[in-house]
Design a protein around this ligand. Structure first.
Ligand SMILES: [Zn+2]
Ligand SMILES: [Zn+2]
Length: 480
């Protein structure tokens, strides 16, 4: 008997081929790699949108390129409606009929001998079940079935006349788990003796569900997770970049606003870097703006007017515009006096310290510089401290723990929230614990530089839980 737990992520009905599905898949890959950590990922059902040509090598390679970013091994099987799969199995490895992952045998119903067409004939399936069980006594998982459930136990969009025979054969051959996609939003889990039947909902419609299955000591636990946030939580994303960021990927304000709704957010705040709006690309990344301050900003580089135009065109109750602002190394806020009046939401950021670099070890001055600049930021009446301590990680250092308590005390003193921000970052949990214990408000920020990142707070909520928080989020989050 297999003793080590095995975790499998199941994605069904991706309907690949639209901009939305690309965004969903990027978000999913990040979620699985950073939070879920499955040992295997299975992708099946209607893998392609009707408009997608699965014979297009370029399109298939593009899909493979994203899936290859998964840390776990994956198997992808084109759906029964995507039968033009000759090209498909030239790009993707044809699933082995019986594949061992962490001691579990997976029986898949894409028949490589038949150019990947799903084997639809139940009697062929029955033969396969018998073949798989021959000389093997361990756990077998069968997928993808088509809406296969014990009779009268669940509504499936597909009815099979031979369900009884198929299930009897599955039982006889001791198949532990049967996975189906059901083209519906609901997740169905049905136990029948030792067997479990799971019908997984399609990921392509809000709230974009996927399924995570744990198999341990012959027991199966299934959990539905979603790429969108629970809209009942009424979460705001307080840190999102725009197409004006030099470091943005595919941000577009109108798309971001529409996606925020799909992702279950109550609202969002765009917070462009002031340094990027005042300085040209090179001066910004060379940190000239921090060394010489706002006084050295050249008129010809000023793009604040463009940002203000975006604000005028898109601002509404649930769509706000603020700024992400550093202090220069002398401690002056990097914003022109006249511009400050346009924004009532400022997140203060520390992206660099004068003496901190990848090449040098931490020295005592770094801590002093950090606290000096932190207080200079806070004195300026900012709302949120962006990604606390991330600057140390960016330089390959661990956040100095001796700075946690002084930082929390300053945040309290100036009534400023601490941001939880996972963008290229793992927030130090001990710092978050101290914030919670000392009553410092928390602000949730995705720091999205690409559309797929907007409002994905699964990481943030998991961190709060790990830090011991299980109360009402309204008690700790920055008020809207
Ligand atoms: Zn930042
Ligand atoms: Zn940012």
């Amino acid at each position: 008997m297999l003793n080590n737990p095995v975790k499998i992520a199941i994605i069904s009905d991706l309907n690949w081929g639209t901009e939305l599905t690309e965004i969903l898949l990027q978000r999913l890959v990040s979620r699985l790699n950073r939070l879920v950590h499955p040992q295997a990922t299975l992708i099946f059902g209607d893998t392609f949108d009707d408009s997608f040509s699965s014979n297009s090598v370029v399109n298939l390679l593009y899909l493979k390129n994203i899936l290859d970013k998964l840390d776990s091994p994956y198997m992808v099987i084109p759906g029964s409606f995507n039968t033009s799969s000759d090209q498909f199995f030239k790009i993707f490895a044809a699933p082995e009929q019986l594949k061992d992952i962490c001691g579990i045998q997976f029986v898949s119903f894409a028949n490589s001998g038949n150019h990947g067409n799903i084997v639809k004939q139940p009697h062929e399936n029955l033969v396969r079940f018998r073949q798989c069980r021959k000389d093997y006594s361990g756990i077998i998982v069968a997928f993808p079935q088509t809406g296969l459930f014990p009779q009268n136990r669940a509504k499936a969009s597909y009815k099979k006349t031979d369900t009884k025979t198929t299930i009897s054969c599955i039982k006889k051959n001791d198949i532990l788990l049967s996975l189906s996609s059901n083209h519906q939003k609901k997740s169905d889990v049905i136990k029948n003796g030792n067997m479990t039947f799971i019908n997984t909902p399609g990921i392509c419609e809000p709230p974009f569900p996927y399924t995570v299955i744990n198999i341990e000591k012959g027991q199966i636990q299934s959990e539905r997770q979603e790429l969108a946030m629970d809209s009942n939580l009424q979460l705001f994303d307080n840190h999102i970049h725009t197409q004006l960021a030099y470091c943005n990927d595919n941000m577009m304000i109108n798309k971001a606003i529409s996606l925020a709704g799909d992702f279950g957010l109550s609202g969002l705040t765009f917070t462009e870097h002031s340094g990027q709006l005042y300085f040209d690309n090179k001066s910004y990344w060379d940190k000239d703006c921090l060394k010489t301050g706002i006084i050295s900003a050249r008129d010809e580089d000023n793009r604040m007017i463009e940002y203000l135009k975006l604000k005028i065109n898109h601002q509404q109750n649930t769509v706000r515009f603020g700024l992400e602002v550093d202090c220069d190394y002398k401690g002056n806020l990097l914003i022109k006096k006249d511009d400050r009046s346009h924004f009532d939401f400022i997140i203060g950021a520390m992206h660099s310290l004068p003496g901190l670099s990848r090449d040098a070890a931490l020295n005592k001055n770094d801590g002093d510089d950090y606290l000096f600049l932190l207080e200079k930021l806070l004195i300026n009446n900012i709302n949120v401290l962006a990604h606390p301590f991330r600057l140390f990680k960016r330089c390959g250092k661990t956040a100095p723990e001796e700075l946690f308590l002084p930082t929390v005390k300053l945040l309290r003193k100036y009534n400023t929230a601490a941001e939880i921000n996972f963008h290229t970052n793992e927030p130090p949990i001990e710092f978050i614990r101290i914030c919670l214990n000392r009553g410092v408000r928390i602000s949730l920020g995705s720091d999205a530089h690409q559309l797929a990142e907007i409002g994905d707070f699964a990481y943030h909520l998991a961190l709060l839980k790990e830090a011991g928080f299980d109360g009402d989020l309204n008690d700790i989050l920055l008020p809207k």
